[in-house]
Write a protein that binds this ligand. Structure first.
Ligand SMILES: [Zn+2]
Length: 525
């Protein structure tokens, strides 16, 4: 699925473990945000609704809370409240060893940006993580009047198109392309529960918004000497509130996204002038902050441990991305906390990460400590990751976002053994998780990684990772109405049964054998 390590921790990220986490830089000072995160522990709940498999209303209530926080970007008040809430819920559900794992992450924030072409103001939105050098704190600004220079259209932004134009010292306009439709995953499909044959619908040919041409083309513009970027969201619905991944790029010049309609307007304005000019303004900062994973455990008979994860950070209100995933981790925590420890062969470790949108720094630090270096009591032998329980989004004939009342196509990237694969196939049918495919992660885990937040598979841990890519996932439109409420309990039941089956399976048989990254190959100490 990923042509580059997009939305994945993959091999490259694990290579980065020792260099990219905190260590060389002094920790930021304690702030009011830290005080929010470090609130007093919560008491064990004895409420009836806190026992057994939680109801749809209870799971949705957790999502409502996350979505009420505003954005939950790493280093924000909302982010600290989300971490504190997860920690409180873990404590009230009776998890043990509840604590944070922290790492220094970078907070990228724009305080002012605007675009005008040929003197006409154009609605725009900053391209995330531009105008900075990785891991180097800065205050960035285009200056009082912004950049005022010629704008050139470089089409898709490929190398031949850049070569055709002299972009040095200019602002470049390009079309961003979304790359991977649902059907593009066909080579990885092991099983697909789609009793309505909805895969025959044309929407299965619509590409998701997180695997894009940005990873391949943005650096070329910088290298060719462009001074600013205007990206037209050519495949997007009528919006520019698109908060992109970083794609492991270092884009040192400013950039903004515009909607498809505004892209056409810019091109019309450019045609009216022999030498069209643009004014691009961007100001902001890129500063170190603290990222927090929230961790809690349910001991079993063995230190062999099944990790259950998602992420609680979000760049918008993040109902589907990933309030739904964080709430799904809480659902598993409640279900298993209601069972006696003697019922478990293995230990369960629950963790929600904080830095999906901040270069996965906490994910990486957690992976290094718990999996690579094994510096904890937990011997992780399996990973279950849950993200994005959302309704299908489509772009209608007018370019508007429409929501269809059925699950977005989803996949479970997995490399579990044959018996557990059968458990999943039976579970998909039993709980009617329709429009869900089992996708073979084996060829991906040790190479480019899987396009989810499940960081363990790159380190050789058998993994089952649920993901979907609705078109509103990176947009301000990711609000509570997009959550597929009908699916919250069936998804929880599916994963509870999978975890029970993994618990009953000898650790050595959980996964299809996948060679772990050797220290020599990874460059890790
Ligand atoms: Zn997510």
């Amino acid at each position: 699925m990923p042509n580059t390590p997009i939305k994945t921790l993959g091999v490259a990220a694990l290579l980065c473990l020792s260099a990219c986490t905190s260590g060389n830089r002094s920790e930021p000072a304690e702030t009011g945000i830290d005080a929010i995160a470090n609130a007093a522990p919560c008491a064990r709940s004895t409420a009836p609704e806190a026992v057994g498999m939680p109801s749809e209303a209870r799971i949705f209530g957790w999502i409502e809370y996350f979505a009420s926080l505003g954005n939950r970007r790493t280093g924000t008040v909302g982010g600290a409240k989300a971490a504190a809430y997860m920690k409180c819920q873990f404590e009230s559900l009776g998890l043990q060893d509840v604590h944070y794992e922290t790492a220094t992450a970078m907070k990228w924030e724009v305080t002012r940006s605007s675009l005008a072409v040929a003197g006409q103001a154009i609605d725009s939105f900053p391209i995330a993580n531009t105008f900075v050098t990785r891991d180097k704190p800065s205050v960035f600004s285009t200056g009082p009047g912004g950049l005022n220079t010629e704008i050139v259209d470089i089409g898709l932004g490929t190398q031949p198109e850049i070569a055709l134009k002299n972009v040095k010292g200019k602002i470049v306009l390009f079309d961003l392309k979304f790359l991977v439709p649902t059907l593009g995953l066909a080579p990885l499909i092991e099983f697909f529960w789609d009793p309505g044959l909805t895969i025959l619908d044309p929407s299965s040919l619509t590409a998701n918004p997180f695997q894009t041409s940005a990873a391949s083309v943005l650096q070329g513009m910088v290298d060719a000497g462009a001074v600013g970027i205007v990206g037209v969201l050519a495949d997007y619905f009528d919006s520019n509130k698109y908060y992109n991944e970083r794609y492991h790029l270092d884009i040192t010049i400013p950039g903004v996204w515009v909607s498809p309609k505004d892209g056409q307007r810019i091109r019309d304005l450019m045609k009216a002038s022999a030498t069209p000019t643009a004014n691009l303004v961007m100001e902001g900062s890129y500063e170190p902050t603290i990222g927090r994973a929230v961790v809690g455990a349910l001991p079993g008979k063995s230190p062999d441990t099944i990790l259950v994860t998602s992420h609680h950070d979000a760049v918008w209100n993040g109902a589907v991305e990933d309030g739904s995933g964080a709430a799904s981790v809480l659902a598993q925590a409640q279900y298993f906390a209601s069972k006696p420890a003697e019922s478990r062969q293995k230990t369960l470790l629950f963790a929600t990460m904080d830095t999906h949108w901040a270069e996965y720094k906490v994910h990486q630090a957690f992976g290094k400590k718990y999996i690579i270096d094994k510096k904890t009591p937990y011997n992780i032998v399996g990973d279950v990751s849950i993200e994005h329980i959302g309704k299908q989004g489509i772009k209608d004939a007018d370019g508007k976002l429409q929501i269809v009342n059925q699950p977005e196509y989803r996949g479970i990237f997995e490399n579990l053994g044959p018996t557990l694969k059968l458990t999943m196939i039976n579970g998909l049918i039993k709980h009617d998780l329709r429009r869900t495919a089992l996708l073979d992660a084996s060829p991906l885990c040790g190479t480019v990684g899987i396009p989810t937040d499940a960081f363990s598979c790159a380190a050789g841990i058998p993994t089952a990772s649920l993901i979907s890519g609705p078109n509103y996932l990176y947009d301000a439109a990711d609000t509570l109405d997009k959550v597929d409420r009908d699916q919250l309990v069936p998804v929880a039941q599916f994963f509870a049964e999978l975890i029970e089956a993994m618990d009953a399976t000898p650790s050595a048989l959980i996964g299809v054998p996948v060679p772990p990254l050797s220290a020599a190959a990874s460059g890790l100490p």
